[in-house]
Design a protein around this ligand. Structure first.
Ligand code: NDP
Length: 250
């Protein structure tokens, strides 16, 4: 159990870590926490103003200078991912971690009424984008002595639930892809690939999914950071192909 993990202040010192969806919610909290523990964070997202705010917060806190990488996973192409790899290679020469966090809920609705365009959009952002981004970035991960790739899952990616449609399916696919990639990189011994389910967390996405719920009853993104730090840092070395939770079961 890593819920109470106390990360040393220099846990991620000299590490280059990419966080997708870094402008809001859990991704924002992770970017700030990683920077606070010494990482140079690459802030990826689709709303530049939000990324700039996180950038400023990191600078104000005295963290290592971050980088902003604007990208909308919805329209991103293979070329975008390869251009991104080239830019990061030039700038940093390696990548020590990726937190695949950006995600889209889509709609909670009976499958009979699920809109096919929305289905494709959710699959694009939640699984296809992260898959091709990871393929393009693999050479950079291989250049690291100790790289951690974390995919964000959900409880509905481990047990299906009525009305969760493409979101649940995308998270099941995320779990499956994690296992495939983890098995492929196992022999390298320098890259680990795992999934992390944040659990119910006080963000806009959660409020959209459960409009009747009192957000004050939920943990904040900051409160679930211990597991996010543990899985990104060297203390989780040796853990590969596993499914983790950021909160204890209720
Ligand atoms: P939020 O909606 O608060 O944040 C999602 C982030 O992803 C935002 O920064 C958003 O950018 C970004 N994003 C969305 N679409 C795109 C896109 N097309 N291209 C680039 N970035 C995009 O969600 P959470 O913080 O709650 O969720 C983070 C992760 O945790 C997701 O993968 C979610 O599925 C998962 N999760 C969350 C739970 C919860 O209770 N909150 C529970 C289980 C899993 P922008 O701000 O610009 O829209």
């Amino acid at each position: 159990c890593k819920f109470d993990y106390e990360a040393p202040a220099d846990l991620l010192r000299d590490r280059i870590v990419l966080v997708t969806g870094a402008g809001d919610g859990i991704g924002r909290a992770a970017a700030l926490a990683y920077a606070r523990h010494g990482a140079t964070v690459i802030l990826l997202g689709r709303t530049i103003a939000k990324l700039e705010k996180v950038y400023d917060e990191i600078e104000a806190a005295g963290g290592p200078q971050p980088a902003i990488f604007p990208l909308n996973l919805e329209g991103a192409t293979l070329k975008d991912y390869h251009d991104m790899a080239e830019t990061l290679d030039k700038e940093f020469g390696r990548l020590d971690g990726i937190l695949h966090n950006a995600g889209l809920l889509g709609r909670i609705t009976p499958f009979e009424q699920y809109n096919p365009e929305l289905w494709d959009q959710v699959m694009q952002i939640n699984i296809n984008g992260p898959v091709w981004m990871t393929q393009a970035l693999l050479p950079l991960l291989k250049s690291s002595a100790d790289a951690s790739v974390v995919f964000t899952s959900s409880s509905v990616g481990r047990k299906g639930r009525a009305y969760w449609g493409a979101y649940a399916v995308s998270k099941f696919a995320t779990e499956g892809f994690m296992e495939v990639l983890a098995d492929e990189v196992e022999h390298l011994g320098t890259i680990r690939v795992n999934t992390l389910n944040p659990g119910a967390t006080r963000t806009k996405m959660r409020a959209n999914a459960y409009p009747g719920e009192d957000p004050q009853t939920l943990r904040t993104p900051e409160e679930i950071m211990p597991t996010y730090l543990w899985l990104m840092g060297p203390d989780s070395k040796g853990c590969n192909g596993q499914r983790f939770d950021a909160q204890p079961p209720k």
